[in-house]
Design a binder for this molecule. Structure first.
Ligand SMILES: Cc1cc2nc3c(=O)[nH]c(=O)nc-3n(C[C@H](O)[C@H](O)[C@H](O)COP(=O)(O)O)c2cc1C
Length: 374
């Protein structure tokens, strides 16, 4: 049984976001209200196979985040075959292939959402990835796959740091895909049918085309059409796009008949987003009609003091994992926490200058006093 088979329905998952859903943020989300499934930021298969060690940091995770799916992108099936086995060797619960990224530096090279234009290559990538997952499950060692000894050491060190053991138990990891409605027009039914031929455990459909990037509203009627194509195949369809609350998520599930939803931007500055997911699911089971629910139902009450505490804790996690040199990347998260309370804008401006946890604590003390008032 794969991790996808064991998830409750509807599934509420944390979407992958490059530069956002890093190890520190995911750790906060796991502590504040774990989603049903968590995705890493995407990692380039070429970086896994032959990049510098620091680029492996997107694959750092903690046991508390399980079930956790590693997302990969690229365009070379042979690299996917090898990278898939690294994902297995690192003990992830699943592997997701990115066929949805619209950004120039990914799609212009033929990866991400550009694969919608090259369906044969997309199939070759998925088959190679699946083969990698199967070969590893059947006992193939990554020692013979041409990785540098330092990369093998890095994998074992990452495992030891996480679990105390350099190796993980062997099992067959499920393959999933995250994609969009099309390249420059909506072709999602044909495209999903094409992907289904490879038998993925799940497909996440973001309700926009590559050309739309993040413009306009996500088209959930097109997501519903994708869900219809997949019905009865055994592949789960998750919808994605513009879901900002658990109520939004349930309404989208009701209308589109997807098996779950991934939430991305709705979690920014709100690692507690999933905290009340069981209550939402219970209402879904017992209530039937979710259209009458107020939009704020199941939004956790988080006092200003708690918000400050969580923000500082997040900064502490970030500094511990990424180090002071990269602390400036934490500033955007700090900005997202600074909203919805008096003088939030002024605090946000200060947060864009901090360089360490100590700076963050000083800003909090300046604005809130010690301890921070609720
Ligand atoms: C900053 C940022 C980074 C993203 N990085 C990824 C990524 O690494 N992999 C991916 O599949 N999607 C990525 N996405 C897309 C999101 O997973 C999601 O599909 C999109 O934001 C729409 O969902 P939302 O409205 O819930 O945010 C990213 C989105 C944002 C805003």
């Amino acid at each position: 049984m794969s991790v996808w088979d064991a998830l409750p329905h509807p599934i509420f998952g944390l979407a992958p976001m490059d530069g956002v859903t890093d190890a520190a943020f995911r750790r906060m989300v796991a502590a504040q209200g774990r989603p049903d499934v968590t995705f890493t930021e995407f990692t380039n298969v070429s970086d896994i196979c032959r990049g510098p060690e620091r680029l492996m940091s997107t694959l750092i995770y903690s046991e508390a985040e399980r079930p956790i799916v590693a997302q990969l992108y690229g365009k070379d099936p042979a690299l996917f075959y090898r990278a898939a086995q690294v994902v297995c060797e690192l003990g992830f619960d699943g592997l997701d292939v990115n066929m949805g990224c619209p950004s120039k530096n990914v799609a212009a090279s033929g990866s991400g959402a550009a694969l919608i234009k090259t369906p044969d290559l997309a199939h070759a990538i998925l088959r190679a990835t699946k083969q990698g997952l199967d070969d590893w499950a059947e006992g193939q060692s990554i020692d013979g796959l041409g990785f540098k000894p330092s990369r093998l050491d890095c994998i074992r060190t990452m495992n030891t740091a996480r679990t105390g053991s350099p190796v993980v138990p062997r099992r067959r990891l499920p393959l999933s895909i995250k994609t969009r409605l099309g390249f420059d027009c909506v072709v999602v039914e044909r495209w999903v049918e094409h992907l289904l031929a490879v038998g993925p455990a799940a497909i996440t459909v973001h309700g926009r085309t590559l050309e739309q990037m993040y413009r306009g509203a996500a088209d959930w009627s097109a997501i519903a059409a994708a869900a219809k194509v997949a019905r009865g195949t055994g592949t789960l369809i998750l919808g994605n796009g513009d879901v900002h609350t658990l109520v939004d998520a349930l309404r989208r599930v009701a209308d589109s008949q997807v098996q779950g939803v991934l939430i991305g931007r709705g979690t920014l500055g709100a690692p507690w987003f999933f905290r009340e997911k069981e209550r939402a699911r219970e209402a879904w089971r017992t209530q039937g009609d979710v259209t009458a629910l107020p939009g704020w139902a199941w939004e956790p009450r988080v006092s200003i003091a708690q918000r400050m505490h969580i923000m500082v804790d997040h900064a502490r996690q970030y500094e511990a994992i990424a180090g002071l040199e990269r602390f400036s990347s934490m500033r955007k998260h700090l900005g997202w926490y600074c909203k919805g309370f008096p003088r939030a804008a002024a605090m946000r401006a200060k947060m864009f200058q901090v360089c360490s946890v100590r700076d963050v604590e000083a800003v909090v003390a300046e604005f809130c006093g010690e301890p921070c008032a609720t």
